[in-house]
Design a binder for this molecule. Structure first.
Ligand code: AMP
Length: 420
């Protein structure tokens, strides 16, 4: 072991587990890639003010959890705690919204950083796959994203997850609700921190997980009862579209999320096998964010699904993804001459698109065959001096154990035919 360990709240992805992780990431991205979303990648850090303004200074993510630092050159930066603000910043910077029809649909995948109190499912470094549809106010987009996330989870075999849906209203109706809620909250018995929150961001108080707080919140005014006609109609349309796609959801009038930029549609995917860190993904509409970071009005909607928690959800449901072995063919040379020849064969097979590996290091037949077994390869190519003198190699089927001499000059084709 080295003197160093992975930093607190982080963990390494190591084979074979890492293959599950990659497969989850791919499965989440797959429905996006075939639904018109283009890939976007942004830096791991940004101007700290992008998040302060975009995500909101009063949020935990910005006020407590951000890895903010000053560079030697005096730039104030932060490791990205979430993806939406960066993606919108990138889209605006590249003027994507001026280059054709809106919405601009983008997907991304990467690492995010929050200085949180680590526990199972809550890390300081985690991975998300996200999607954003920028520049259109269309309930079908909100519905599309929810349906695609549902499809992604289902394609992995997950079943014990629920979709919670709410509307947070817009700049017309939310202020009226905000005031009503503040009036209610000011009358409760709350600590100083929470009292301050009432004045800055009262909706977040609804999200307080403490039982003593939740008890007092019974009877709090609900946004649902304050939505303006436009928001109500919009929300009904989103609900109808999701329903007609056969996707089941639950209305959750108390659902607010930890980021300030959400308007209208908000949703969360929760998994019932994960204990307290049950949110596997979430998102919503953020019609005001572009203007908050200095852009034009660009109503948008998006989500981010957590890869780490999705992997935990699979474990909770006892689902093991069927991941094909990375290697199809494993080459075992017996002797120096065979090493040279088979090393060339390996390169030829790889060029022909066959996933091939080579037994490195001198280990004798037993050691080599152990390597071959461990690789999970379907076929082993074994060759010694006598085989080479005859211009053949032994092609061994690792499942049946059958072995057959195959001419060296027809080997690539013979392997390809068998694997097909
Ligand atoms: P949020 O941006 O907070 O809505 O997060 C979206 C998703 O990212 C969540 O539903 C989680 O699956 C995942 N996530 C957020 N924070 C963490 C964390 N600290 N550790 C692991 N996953 C996280």
């Amino acid at each position: 072991m080295s003197t160093f360990k992975a930093p607190k709240g982080t963990y390494d992805l190591i084979p074979p587990f890492s293959a599950q992780y990659l497969a989850v990431r791919d499965a989440i991205a797959a429905p996006l890639r075939t639904s018109g979303y283009g890939y976007v990648e942004t830096p791991g850090f940004e101007d700290v003010n992008l998040f302060a303004r975009g995500v909101g200074e009063s949020t935990d993510i910005v006020s407590k959890e951000m890895y903010a630092f000053e560079t030697k050159g005096g730039d104030k930066l932060a490791l990205r705690p979430e993806g939406t603000a960066s993606v919108l910043r990138a889209a605006l910077e590249a003027s994507l919204h001026k280059q054709g029809n809106l919405p601009v649909k983008l997907w991304y995948s990467g690492s995010y950083y929050r200085y949180e109190r680590p526990q199972k499912g809550r890390y300081r470094h985690f991975s998300q796959v996200g999607a954003e549809a920028i520049g259109a106010e269309d309930p079908a987009l909100d519905a599309e994203l929810i349906i695609l996330a549902d499809q992604a989870y289902r394609s992995l075999g997950l079943r014990n997850f629920r979709i919670l849906l709410n509307s947070l209203g817009d700049k017309e109706c939310r202020p009226v609700y905000r005031e009503a809620l503040q009036g209610f909250l000011r009358g409760l018995d709350l600590d100083d921190d929470t009292r301050r929150r009432i004045e800055i961001n009262p909706l977040r108080v609804l999200d307080d997980k403490r039982e003593a707080v939740q008890k007092q919140l019974v009877g709090a005014p609900l946004l649902r009862d304050y939505l303006c006609d436009a928001c109500k109609a919009y929300h009904e349309e989103v609900r109808a579209l999701i329903t007609s796609a056969g996707v089941v959801f639950e209305d959750d009038a108390k659902l607010v999320r930890g980021l300030d930029y959400y308007t209208r549609t908000t949703f969360e995917f929760v998994h019932d096998g994960l204990g307290s860190q049950s949110a596997v993904g979430g998102g919503g509409r953020y019609d005001g964010l572009s203007e908050m970071i200095g852009g034009p009005a660009l109503p948008s909607v998006g989500w981010a699904l957590g890869v780490d928690r999705t992997v935990l959800a699979l474990e909770a449901e006892g689902i093991e993804l069927d991941i094909p072995a990375a290697t199809s063919v494993f080459a075992v040379p017996l002797g120096d001459e065979a090493r040279r020849v088979l090393f060339g064969v390996v390169t030829e097979l790889r060029k022909a698109g066959v996933a091939t590996d080579f037994s490195f290091g001198a280990k004798g037949l037993k050691g080599h065959m152990k390597n071959a077994n461990r690789s999970g390869a379907r076929y082993a190519i074994v060759a010694g001096e006598r085989d080479l003198a005859e211009g053949v190699v032994q092609l061994k089927d690792m499942e049946s154990g059958e072995q057959q001499a195959v001419a060296l000059d027809g080997l690539v084709e013979a392997v390809r035919t068998r694997l097909a």
